[in-house]
Structure formats: structure tokens, C-alpha cells
Design a protein around this ligand. Structure first.
Ligand code: NAD
Ligand code: UDP
Length: 316
């Protein structure tokens, strides 16, 4: 049995990761300040004696004896990370320093949940890990993009200078159950709008693209990366390479929900990446042929059922 710390464990991805780690008979500490996380995501785990919930902010030091640390704490949706940009940078940078300091002291392996946003509005397509990115350092997304880039820098330096056992994954757009209904990301927005027969809000002309990964595929990739051999530290892309325009996504969600919603086009948001698709050759090679198994419609059906239930229970 391993002792595992998951920062941001009450969030969307973190809650799925905690559940899976418990199923695999690990002892899990879930640390969260509940900025975007929700106790509802982990309430079913609270009776498990191998699960501990700690309310804590990663910008402050934390100590526990564990074997592995998954560092996920950070708001991930543009609305939430832009709400307090300074705090977002502090969470990424000071959170990384605190967790790397802990990993160094207790000799734990630590995995960073980095992001495709390190590539910014990419000029190469699909994105490979050796691409340095195209990021506006002072734009509205920079608190998140540059915070995550700096966190990667810290991870590499703690590794080369202090021999800390690190792993870095770059996560591409992920969706699924436990997403926050108000988190403003495209999949949750469109599903809720469609279920409520409200207008589907496309920012810009809808030709911008994303590649959507279902959360179970991400969790599988994360766990494989954490437990891969010592020599492979990443960064490695974890995402689903099937690319869709935002307009196409809206049409698929309308079809799956049978909604009467109309599509409306609103002004584009600043610095919105025009295209995004991971090259996952490295993940396939290094992570024992890892690749996404759940395709878009299948994952959307599960997510639609989840939000439909939340609406019926009066949560949104
Ligand atoms: P989320 O907002 O649902 O989860 C983040 C969690 O971190 C929340 O529970 C939140 O309360 C917690 N948190 C935020 N600031 C904190 C702080 N200072 N101290 C302690 N806890 C804090 O987002 P998510 O989609 O689950 O993302 C998880 C991680 O994966 C993030 O680091 C994100 O950057 C990364 N990621 C996610 C995606 C995606 O598409 N979901 C894509 C790329 C990267
Ligand atoms: N988007 C949209 N309508 C919405 C929410 C998002 O058109 O209601 C677009 C957004 O402009 C972006 C894409 O969908 O081009 C993905 O947005 P999201 O916030 O989910 O993630 P990110 O931009 O971080 O990839």
C-alpha cells in the first residue's frame, strides 16, 4: 500500500484520481482549499478509512509522510483562473515550491499536472513536447499559462539540482463527470445550455478547435506516468488527438441532448488559442501503449447524464 498525496483532490480531475487510487488499495490524502473543488465530488469517499481530507492552501507549506505526490491544485477554467490572477500565479509557483520542497525532504516522487496551455496559441500542429510555445506573457491567460510554465521550470530545476524524483504531464482539454457546473468551460457550458434549452454561446466564429479527452483516460495516463521507470520524467502530452471545432462540438451536444437551443455567436475572448491537438506518440511509446479509449460521443453521453441529474437535484 502506497501513501499518496493529491493536491486539488476535491476538484474535477483530482476527485476521479482519488477514487481510482483508493480502488487500487492506496492510502490517500486529498488536500484542497475548495476554491473550485467541491465536497460533493469526494463525499462518497469520506467513510473510507484510507481516505483523509485536509483543507489547506498549497501556497502555504504542508508536511506529511507520503510516497507519491500528484500536484493538481490550481483552478483550470479561464473564468476561475482569471478571477484572481495573482492568486493563480501564487498557486502554481508557490504551490510547486512547497510541494517540491516536501518531495525533496521526504524523498517522494512528485507529478506535476501541467497543461497544453504552455504551448499558448500554437504555431505548430499537432503539438509535440519539444515545441516551446507561443504565449502572451501579459495577456489575460498569462497568469495560468506562465504560472504553469514556471512550475515546469521549478520541477526541472529541483530535479537537476536536488535530484528530486519528478514527472511532468501536459494535460489537454479534459471533460467528464464532477466538472463544476459554473466552471465556464466549453463542454459544461454547452451541455447545461442544451439541457435547459438556452442559447448555446460560441465565443468567436466557432472555427477554433480543441481535442477533448474523457477524464478516465487522463487518470489512466497520470497513474501510468507516475509509476513509469525512473529515467522518463517527461514532459509528456496526455490528451485525445481527435480534434473538433467548437461549432462541431455544439452540434454534437445538440444532437445528443435533443435540445431546442439555438447557437449564438458572441465576441471571441482575448488570446483564445485557434487550434489545439496533442501529438501523443511519446505517451504511447513511454507509457506502455497508453492511448485514449473513450471517444467523444461516448464520453459526452456520460457527462450529459451527470449534468441532467444535477439539474433534477436542483444543484444548477
Ligand atoms: P478544478 O478547478 O476542478 O480542480 C482544481 C482543484 O484545485 C480544486 O479542487 C481547487 O479547489 C483546488 N485548488 C485551487 N487552488 C488551490 C490552492 N491554492 N490550494 C489548494 N487547492 C487549490 O480543475 P481540474 O480540471 O480538475 O484541473 C486539475 C489540474 O489539472 C489543474 O492543475 C489544471 O491546471 C490541470 N489541467 C486540467 C485540464 C482540464 O482540461 N481539466 C487541462 C490541463 C491541465
Ligand atoms: N467556448 C465557447 N463558449 C463557451 C465556453 C468556451 O465558445 O461557452 C470556447 C472558448 O472560447 C475556447 C473553447 O471553447 O475557444 C474551449 O474553451 P474552454 O474554456 O473550455 O478551455 P480552453 O480555452 O482553456 O481550452
Amino acid at each position: 500500500m502506497k501513501r499518496i498525496l493529491v493536491t486539488g483532490g476535491a476538484g474535477f480531475v483530482g476527485s476521479h484520481l482519488c477514487e481510482r487510487l483508493l480502488k487500487e488499495k492506496n492510502d490517500v490524502i486529498c488536500l484542497d482549499n475548495f476554491f473550485t473543488g467541491d465536497k460533493r465530488n469526494i463525499i462518497h469517499l469520506l467513510n473510507n478509512p484510507y481516505f483523509e481530507l485536509v483543507r489547506h492552501d498549497v501556497t502555504m507549506p504542508y508536511f506529511a509522510e507520503v510516497d507519491q505526490i500528484y500536484n493538481l491544485a490550481c483552478p483550470a477554467s479561464p473564468i476561475h483562473y482569471q478571477y484572481n490572477g495573482i492568486k493563480t500565479v501564487k498557486t502554481s509557483v508557490m504551490g510547486a515550491i512547497n510541494m517540491l520542497g516536501l518531495a525533496k525532504r521526504i524523498k517522494a516522487r512528485i507529478l506535476q499536472a501541467s497543461t497544453s496551455e504552455v504551448y499558448g496559441d500554437p504555431k505548430i500542429h499537432p503539438q509535440t513536447e519539444d515545441y516551446w510555445g507561443h504565449v502572451n506573457p501579459i495577456g489575460v491567460r498569462s497568469c495560468y499559462d506562465e504560472g504553469k510554465r514556471c512550475a515546469e521550470t521549478l520541477f526541472m530545476n529541483y530535479h537537476t539540482q536536488n535530484n528530486v524524483d519528478i514527472k511532468i504531464i501536459r494535460i489537454f482539454n479534459t471533460y467528464g463527470t464532477n466538472m463544476h457546473p459554473n466552471d465556464g468551460r466549453v463542454v459544461s457550458n454547452f451541455i447545461l445550455q442544451a439541457l435547459k434549452n438556452e442559447d448555446i454561446t460560441i465565443y468567436g466564429d466557432g472555427t477554433q478547435s480543441r481535442s477533448f479527452q474523457y477524464v478516465d483516460d487522463l487518470v489512466e495516463g497520470m497513474i501510468r506516468m507516475m509509476n513509469t521507470n525512473d529515467n522518463f520524467i517527461g514532459p509528456v502530452n496526455i490528451g485525445n488527438p481527435n480534434e473538433f471545432t467548437i461549432l462541431k462540438l455544439a452540434k454534437i451536444i445538440l444532437e445528443l441532448t435533443g435540445s431546442k437551443s439555438k447557437i449564438v455567436f458572441l465576441p471571441a475572448t482575448a488570446d483564445d488559442p485557434t487550434q489545439r491537438k496533442p501529438d501523443i506518440s511519446l505517451a504511447k511509446k513511454e507509457l506502455n501503449n497508453w492511448e485514449p479509449k473513450i471517444q467523444l460521443k461516448q464520453g459526452l453521453i456520460r457527462t450529459i447524464e451527470y449534468f441532467d441529474k444535477l439539474i433534477k437535484e436542483g444543484y444548477c
